[in-house]
Ligand binder design. Structure first.
Ligand code: G3P
Ligand code: CA
Length: 269
């Protein structure tokens, strides 16, 4: 899998497996990372939140209801918020059965476990800090885990890591704490805000619904904090027509649950 991923290194637009290859394996789990690697996909997106006892875990929703069996295992713990559970409690949950019986026993990974798996496949990580308003200080915590795992060395920083969030303050905090880390701002800010965001974000990553050729060129016209043109990724595009349209607009990356479909559609664009 690692060599398959390397074969497509540097492709443009980059193809980013959203929550892993999440059309084919349960989102934000290690099997979804493995599936992306199997498909030869170099970039993986994930969502990071924090447990009650300070462990960073990879899960999208603020609650554990949709993607785990928390309701069954802890029936009296409504509304099952991630931040109300310890890492040991979350480690007991099944994060695969909701997706299909063959995935039973899949766990919610810690960020540490997750980056190990990404490293094993020599993949790149688009890490989203999810709902940072719920987790004061999560930017520093995230950088600490990344640093401990060797992800803040020059080799990783040069082209294997982007930290993104919908929350501009959170993105700015990451940039200020560790200016060498490449960052992305999610959302579609008005063009008038782009000069301010270009001070601390290297990417503006927009929903496909709000994508236009004019917006792509507006973003590209600014220079980011590392002296390069701002980049733009779009999400979430799972069909060939949408992928070709986004590629035609000149986006730098397409975030997708079906990375095989998007790659096949955009090869040679
Ligand atoms: O990476 C972009 C995309 O993941 C943002 O939306 O809700 O899937 O985290 P969401
Ligand atoms: Ca996300």
């Amino acid at each position: 899998p690692a060599s398959a991923a390397r074969a497509h290194d540097g492709e443009r637009p980059a193809v980013i497996a959203h929550r892993g290859a999440s059309a084919y394996a349960p989102e934000n789990t290690l099997p979804a990372v493995d599936k992306a690697a199997e498909l030869g996909i170099h970039w993986v997106e994930n969502d990071v939140q924090r447990t009650r006892d300070g462990e960073l875990v990879v899960v999208h929703d603020d609650t554990l209801r949709r993607t785990t069996d928390a309701e069954e295992v802890f029936p009296d713990r409504a509304p099952w918020k991630v931040k109300d559970f310890t890492a040991a409690e979350i480690a007991r949950l099944d994060a695969g059965s909701w997706f299909g019986p063959s995935w039973a026993g899949t766990r919610v990974p810690t960020l540490k476990e997750y980056v190990h798996r990404i490293e094993r496949h020599r993949q790149k990580l688009l890490l989203e800090i999810k709902s940072p308003e719920l987790y004061p200080g999560i930017e520093r915590d995230t950088l600490k885990v990344l640093g401990n795992e060797g992800w803040l060395d020059r080799r990783h920083l040069s082209d294997r890591l982007v930290v993104q969030s919908f929350d501009a303050d959170s993105v700015r905090t990451v940039h200020e704490l560790k200016p060498a880390v490449k960052t992305g701002l999610l959302g579609t800010p008005p063009m008038s805000r782009l000069p301010a965001y270009a001070g601390f974000a290297d990417q503006i990553n927009v929903s496909y619904a709000s994508l236009s050729v004019g917006y792509v060129s507006a973003v590209h016209a600014f220079t980011g904090p590392h002296g390069k043109p701002l980049e733009i990724f779009t999400w979430t595009v799972d069909d060939a027509v949408g992928a070709r349209r986004a590629a035609g607009y000149g986006v730098d990356g397409i975030i997708t649950n079906k990375p095989d479909v998007v790659r096949a559609a955009t090869l040679g664009e």
